[in-house]
Design a protein around this ligand. Structure first.
Ligand SMILES: [Fe+2]
Length: 443
């Protein structure tokens, strides 16, 4: 590369990073601007922070990494670091903290952002691993977008008239056979080349599976309703010991936000109650419910390795794609992402997003529970800090894949790993099933 080409490439990267930061902020502003100050400071659920905490926390992380670390600038508000450290205060305790009020929080994140754009304009975007291809800025964009999904979940838990609006998702369509056979063998899992991939997605490595079948689509509301109607929630045969204990203790009878009226199920989403849409993926089920349904259906949940293979492996070339449809960035034709719609789309709504083997809607719509615990890949290295993922490794958390309608495309790579407790239902999570191939069935 010549000096001029290099300068142009750095300038293009700066423009890209600035645009991504602005896009994330537009969403944070919309989510926090949709409600009044009272709703911003109050806690809508013990599971969530007040929205005003998320907002100032977004600014605080941005200040720590981009203003102070990357920029080497003076702190903006060192005095509030402790309040917005997610490890210092449980979500349930956050409303009692002396938090910045709505106007103060907005002023703070704006001041930080101004300094960050200044830092970006001056940064060489090289010379340190943290700066390589704009990683630190990308990490902060993803952090804000992930909190935007969390804030969307807070909106879903908020009780009151609707304040968010979006067009309905596209219509469903044909998806072919109910299951797809994935051949046995190795494939490349994880990544060492995605610029913004987080430490837990790295490094790229060979992983292997036996031959297995995976559902062509996520499990739909109609299918899930059959499990309920068949007494699934009352039959210990389908549940693990921990799942059965939980379903009894929490008195679960249906997905969260479902209610029965007469012989029909209704679902409340963002303040609107409507009949459950049969061909949309089920959402707001916990790991235990997903696991019980799969057993009832004579199947099981896919492992994380199986999920990623179904999403990325191209049998024609033997290589792993960035996305099920190929290497190009998602558009509205590929997947239901980015809060473009406020619900999962019916199955078959994204034929252009299918994988080479014909698996639909792996990216977007609903996070998909896998049977895998959250652990580091072989060769895992903490970067840039242990609290990002390493402290969560172990048997307490299950991995979710693929992103939801609330996840931004800056996050929803097919290598991206999310994790949560197996009892959590406020996240936009559903699932699909898998099963071992019969001997001799391997493609
Ligand atoms: Fe955070």
């Amino acid at each position: 590369m010549t000096g001029i080409d290099h300068d142009t490439a750095v300038e293009d990267l700066r423009d890209h990073l600035a645009a991504q930061l602005t896009r994330a902020r537009r969403r944070s502003t919309a989510l926090t601007g949709a409600v009044d100050d009272h709703d911003l400071v109050r806690q809508h659920s013990e599971l969530m922070s007040p929205l005003v905490w998320d907002l100032a926390h977004i600014g605080n992380q941005e200040e720590l990494w981009l203003v102070r670390d990357v920029g080497g600038r003076e702190p903006v508000r060192q005095d509030i670091d402790e309040l917005y450290d997610a490890f210092k205060h449980a979500r349930a305790a956050r409303p009692e903290l002396p938090l910045l009020g709505p106007a103060e929080a907005r002023g703070y994140v704006g001041e930080v952002r101004d300094k960050v754009l200044d830092v970006l304009a001056a940064s060489p975007l090289e010379g340190r691993r943290l700066l390589d291809r704009g990683f630190a800025f990308g990490m902060i964009v993803q952090h804000e977008q992930q909190h935007d999904e969390t804030m969307l979940a807070t909106h879903q838990l908020r009780v009151g008239p609707p304040v968010l609006d979006a067009p309905p998702p596209p219509r469903g369509g044909p998806v072919g056979p109910a299951e797809v056979l994935v051949p046995a063998g190795p494939f490349t899992m994880g990544t060492s080349t995605e610029a913004w991939a987080l430490d837990n997605e790295r490094p790229a490595h060979r992983a292997s599976t036996g031959a297995f079948h995976i559902d062509t689509t996520p499990v739909t509301n109609a299918a899930y309703a059959e499990f309920i109607a068949d007494g699934g929630y009352r039959d210990p045969r389908w549940w693990s010991e921990a799942g059965w204990a939980h379903v009894r203790a929490a008195s679960l009878v249906a997905p969260r936000f479902w209610a029965r009226e007469g012989d029909r199920w209704f679902r409340t989403a963002f303040g609107v109650t409507a009949p459950v849409v049969p061909d949309q993926p089920v959402v707001h089920v916990c790991y235990h419910e997903a696991e019980a349904y799969a057993k009832w259906a004579g199947k099981r949940l896919p492992t994380e390795v199986e999920w990623e293979k179904a999403a990325r492996f191209d049998p024609a070339t033997g290589r792993s794609r960035r996305y099920p449809w190929g290497d190009e960035e998602p558009t509205g034709l590929h997947a239901n992402l980015g809060q473009r719609h406020l619900s999962p789309a019916p199955v078959g709504a994204y034929p252009a997003g299918a994988s080479p083997l014909g698996v639909h809607q792996l990216i977007g719509d609903v996070w998909e529970w896998t049977s895998s615990d959250f652990r580091g890949y072989v060769g895992f290295e903490v970067f840039p800090y242990a609290e990002y993922s390493q402290v969560f490794f172990g048997p307490d958390y299950k991995v979710l894949r693929g992103g939801s309608f609330g996840t931004d495309e800056a996050v929803a790579r097919s290598t991206f790993r999310n994790w949560d407790y197996p009892i959590r239902r406020q996240i936009f999570a559903g699932f699909r099933c898998a099963r071992d191939a019969e001997p001799g069935e391997s493609a």
